[in-house]
Write a protein of this length. Structure first.
Length: 407
C-alpha cells in the first residue's frame, strides 16, 4: 500500500548520526568503545543531585513542576552571566535544552535556504546536522594546528552568514586556539563583517592550564556564545545556553518558544541548587584529573603500539578527544569493521568534514574507557592497522654472478 505522506524537502537533508550508528556496534559483548563523545559516568555528582532534588521539591516544588519562562530560570541565567569572563547582562542569556538545541535555534534564526555558512575543517558533526535542515551551503575553512587559515577565511567570507568555531579542545580534533590566534581570528572576522558562532562545551576540561579568553570576550557584538552543562554536570539534564547580542536574542527566544516553550524548569532549578554553593570549584578539578590521566594513558599506548606504523596523532591539552591520521592508502571507514572484529570501535573522521573529507582520519575518545580498556583498545587498533598496511613487494633473489669464463 502506498503512503499518503509527503516529506518536506528539508527532511531529505536530515541524516542519522554516524556516531549514534557506530555506538550500536559498541553494544556487542567485548567491544572496547573509543568512539562515543559521552562524558564519563564516574563524574556524575549523583549524591549532590539527590540532595538538590529534595531541597527543590521541599522549597519550590509547585513552581519547579509548572510551566516556566521561555528565557529560563532567572537565578540560573544570573549564575551563567556571572561566570563568564566579560560583562554579560542576564537578559542576554537564553537557557536551552542542551547546546544541541542552541545550534538548532541558531540555524533557524540565521540561515536561509542557500545561505553560506563557514565551519572549521574538520568540525563538530552535530552542528552540521543541526544546520542541514535549513538547507545552507556549508563550506569548510582550511585549518592548521593553530586554527582557521585567515587567508582562506578571507577568500570564503564574502556573503557568508557566520562562521561556526570551537576554540577549546575541539570536537573532533582536540585542538585549541592560542591567545594570538584568537585575537587574529576575531580581528579578521571584524574586518570582513563576518559574525562568529562560538561553541564551548569543553572549555572547563583543561588539564594543566585554562584556555585563553573566549572569542566572544574579545568582540561581544560580533559573536554569539554557546555553552553547556553536559560535560561538567550531567548530559541527562539537557541544559545548555546561548549568550546572544541583544539585536538577535529576541528572535532566538521566539524560535525556542515555537520549539518547546521552555527547557524543563525542574532541571534548571536542580542545576542551580547544585551550582550556587560553589560546587563547580570542587567538582570540575576531579574531572580534569581523571581525563588528564586517561589521555596520558592513551598517548602512551599509541607511542608503544603505533610508533613504527606511520600513524600520526596529536596530544590535546584538555577535552575528550584526540585525532589520528592513518598511513597513506588506508581508509578509516573501510577499516572500521576489521577493528570491530578485533574488539575496538572508533569514529571515522570523514563525517566531520563539510566538504572534501580526509578518509585517513579518525577520532578517539579517552574518557569513558578504563585505562586497561584504553591499552587493549589501542593494541587492537594497532593490530588492525598493521594487518591493513600494504605488504612490501618481494624482491626476486639475485642470480649467482659468474666470471664469464667457461670450462
Amino acid at each position: 500500500m502506498s503512503t499518503p505522506w509527503t516529506l518536506a524537502r528539508r527532511a531529505e537533508r536530515m541524516n542519522p548520526s554516524v556516531i549514534r550508528e557506530i555506538l550500536k556496534l559498541t553494544q556487542q559483548p567485548g567491544i572496547v568503545s573509543l568512539a562515543g563523545g559521552l562524558p564519563s559516568p564516574r563524574t556524575f555528582p549523583v549524591d549532590a543531585f539527590a540532595q538538590a532534588c529534595a531541597e527543590v521539591l521541599a522549597t519550590d516544588g509547585p513552581a519547579a513542576l509548572q510551566y516556566a519562562a521561555s528565557e529560563g530560570h532567572g537565578p540560573l541565567r544570573e549564575w551563567v552571566a556571572a561566570q563568564l569572563p566579560w560583562p554579560v547582562d542576564p537578559a542576554q542569556v537564553l537557557i536551552t535544552t542542551g547546546s544541541q538545541q542552541a545550534l538548532d535555534l541558531v540555524g533557524k534564526v540565521l540561515i536561509d535556504n542557500g545561505s553560506r555558512v563557514l565551519v572549521e575543517t574538520p568540525t563538530y558533526l552535530g552542528a552540521l546536522q543541526a544546520f542541514a535542515p535549513m538547507e545552507p551551503e556549508v563550506e569548510g575553512v582550511a585549518c592548521t594546528e593553530d586554527g582557521p587559515d585567515l587567508a582562506d577565511l578571507a577568500r570564503r567570507a564574502r556573503g557568508a552568514r557566520f562562521m561556526y568555531v570551537l576554540p577549546n579542545f575541539q570536537n573532533p580534533t582536540g585542538r585549541s586556539l592560542s591567545d594570538g590566534a584568537r585575537d587574529a581570528l576575531v580581528q579578521q572576522a571584524a574586518r570582513l563583517g563576518l559574525p562568529l558562532v562560538e561553541d564551548n562545551p569543553y572549555g572547563e576540561l583543561w588539564f594543566d592550564q585554562p584556555p585563553p579568553a573566549p572569542l566572544t570576550a574579545r568582540h561581544p557584538d560580533g559573536c554569539l556564545y554557546i555553552g553547556s552543562f553536559s560535560k561538567v554536570l550531567a548530559p541527562g539534564l539537557r541544559l545548555g545556553y546561548v549568550v546572544a547580542p541583544k539585536a538577535i536574542h529576541p528572535k532566538l527566544l521566539q524560535a525556542k518558544q515555537a520549539a518547546d516553550l521552555h527547557t524543563p524548569g525542574f532541571n534548571q532549578r536542580l542545576a542551580h541548587e547544585v551550582l550556587r554553593h560553589g560546587f563547580m570549584e570542587r567538582h570540575v578539578p576531579a574531572i580534569r584529573t581523571l581525563y588528564r590521566q586517561q589521555c596520558r594513558t592513551m598517548l602512551e599506548a599509541l607511542s608503544s603500539e603505533m610508533a613504527d606504523l606511520g600513524v600520526q596523532w596529536n596530544a590535546p591539552q584538555g577535552g575528550m578527544f584526540l585525532w589520528l591520521r592513518l598511513p597513506e592508502g588506508l581508509d578509516a571507514t573501510a577499516l572500521l569493521p576489521q577493528a570491530v572484529a578485533r574488539g575496538v570501535a572508533y569514529v571515522p573522521g570523514g563525517a566531520f568534514y563539510a566538504d572534501q573529507p580526509d578518509p585517513r582520519t579518525l577520532r578517539l575518545s579517552f574518557v569513558t574507557a578504563s585505562e586497561d580498556q584504553i591499552r587493549s583498545g589501542i593494541a587492537a587498533l594497532a593490530s588492525t592497522v598493521r594487518e591493513a598496511l600494504p605488504r612490501p613487494t618481494a624482491v626476486p633473489a639475485a642470480r649467482p654472478q659468474t666470471s664469464g669464463v667457461t670450462a
